[in-house]
Design a protein around this ligand. Sequence first.
Ligand SMILES: CC(C)(COP(=O)(O)OP(=O)(O)OC[C@H]1O[C@@H](n2cnc3c(N)ncnc32)[C@H](O)[C@@H]1OP(=O)(O)O)[C@@H](O)C(=O)NCCC(=O)NCCS
Length: 117
Amino acid sequence: MAEGLGIDIVEIQRIRQLHERYGARFLQRLFSPDETTYAFSHRDPYPHLAARFAAKEALIKAGGHHKPLPWTQMEVRLDSQGKPSLYLEGSPATSHLVSLSHTTDYAVAVVWWKGNP
Ligand SMILES: CC(C)(COP(=O)(O)OP(=O)(O)OC[C@H]1O[C@@H](n2cnc3c(N)ncnc32)[C@H](O)[C@@H]1OP(=O)(O)O)[C@@H](O)C(=O)NCCC(=O)NCCS
């Protein structure tokens, strides 16, 4: 059975600068509407956006899908406890686990999967 592990760290300031430069186009290309809505429900959306971007890159590093997907189709959703999970092309990625963390400056994500990518 195959498995994979990926990690990524993102400078939060970089995400802020990309948004300032490219505006809504940047958000629409990288994040699902729900991810953007969640991030902007916070006073500072950028740690949450950066963590989600890190999760997408960690998924790619983990070799976690059988074909390249648009950024928006690699999605982090939260359960009622606030625990994140991955959705790929709108469906729960049941073979995958994801964890996020952020400080003032950096966001990190780890993705692990086992089974069929
Ligand atoms: C959940 C908790 C560990 C997050 O740690 P933190 O140091 O505050 O924050 P971090 O930056 O490291 O992590 C934040 C991320 O943790 C994730 N997270 C939140 N709740 C989580 C949970 N219950 N399980 C796993 N991950 C969780 C989220 O993805 C969040 O990022 P997001 O809001 O951008 O999605 C912390 O809030 C905590 O200990 N809470 C008290 C216990 C608790 O509420 N437990 C939930 C019920 S069991």
